[in-house]
Design a protein around this ligand. Sequence first.
Ligand code: SAM
Length: 511
Amino acid sequence: MEGVRRADVRIFQVLRALQGFLGQSDVMAYLAMMTVRLLEMRRVLRSTGSIYLHCDPTASHYLKIVLDAIFGQQNFRGEIIWRRTNARATTGRWPRLHDTLLHYSKSDAFVFRSLKVKADENKLPHTLITGKDGKKYQTYELTGPGVTKDGESGRPWRGFNPAKYGRHWANSHGTMDMWEEAGLIHWPAKNGFPRRKSVAPFDPSQREVVVGDVWTDIDRINQSSKERLGYPTQKPLALLERIISASSNAGDTILDPFCGCGTAIHAAERLNRNWIGIDITYLAIQVIEDRIKTWLPATKYAIEGIPKDEFAARKLAERDPYVFQEWAVGRVGGQPRGRGPDKGIDGEIAFIRGPGRYGRAIVSVKGGKNVGPDAVRILKAVVEREDADMGVFICLNDPTADMRTEAALGGRIVLPGGERAKIQIVTAADLARGPNLGILTELNIVTATLAARTEKRKKPPKSPTPEELRAQPPLPPMPIKGGKAGKQQPTLPLDEPILVQPKEVTRRKRS
Ligand SMILES: C[S@@+](CC[C@H](N)C(=O)[O-])C[C@H]1O[C@@H](n2cnc3c(N)ncnc32)[C@H](O)[C@@H]1O
């Protein structure tokens, strides 16, 4: 709230009024967090730009008040209902199928391009007529709204006076005469108003309709979606492409300050826009990098806000140990385990041991200053318990002699590039340089997800027996943690980390 008061007293008053009703609640904290960011969004938005805020129906009505206050009621452009899923039975309430997208512009001179999509072939338009040949033909209005006093557009044509209906002819009498001679005017029975008839018969497969503010044709990312990356809040590319196509031009810049696994970036790149993505989690940035490498390999970009040297790595460990952990695991090519009880596993690496053979390494991160041989011993025990192939111990300082001895006692492993210690120690300086563990992690998050899906399709998993289920260890948290992280990490500034596309971009030919 304090940040808002300093930024804009009027908007602070709006928030205070909401606080009077909502009290010190989670919703209020969320609104305050969003308000500071929306104020920044308004500041950086170009005068012809638009902002789309995606929210669920539990907060959309409060956010609309906040957005009205920040962008002005007159700049409210629409509320899009995105039906993202199909009905499932829910007890005691209507199944929740939609999310809301609030659209505001910065001024009344904003870019907007109306879009069309293929129409539902089963729904025939009511403007069809049956021609003499028995085929269906589309018909079109010959008049426009409003009465004209001068000229022939306000005068009757062939006995029909559009002014009677508050309208005028949208075409000259001469053109309509020509159409009439060509048999292209439809005269409805019972003296109905004439309409123009299309030349070719109606083809339902060619019909397009204008996209309105209820979107039912874009499915959410499901288990079998081709674009699925496993990031829990991932949005469909089609959703972002629609928004970007409608509200920007090629060469414009798209900013997604909560970019998650980078759907907006992907869409912007495909549509020849420049882009900036910001996310609070390193994991999101890692997924985006992998996404770019896999699907948009010619893209040029730079990442800012992540440690570039040992000093920055140490600073990060001090400021936010969990974020340091996430970054460090990513640096050694692993996937973080997420928060909560970790059973000694902060991350895992899948690496190549030979043709078609993969190994698994357990990563343990200790971002504190006092780390000794006991911690290495614990990692060795976890590697053994998990029947993993390697252990990677990450700490800030150079390991002591005792720690080195403890690691060396863990034995050796044969890898495609030669023999290596089974337990490897990586320091903050190694992380900054780019650690060399001697392992090949050919799979990135995107290709790993794709491979997993193909594998799943090949062999439908057999259902475990109750005995097998009982024998299984408890499920770990999902390896990719995204969404709602704002609540978990409210302290990082908005501008870190940031993934920015440089201005000069060499575009590759798109397919
Ligand atoms: C709903 S997800 C975005 C999903 C995205 N549209 C996609 O398709 O992947 C919200 C993202 O915002 C990030 N986030 C939460 N709080 C943030 C903050 N204060 N600053 C920047 N990013 C934040 C989360 O890490 C999460 O990845």
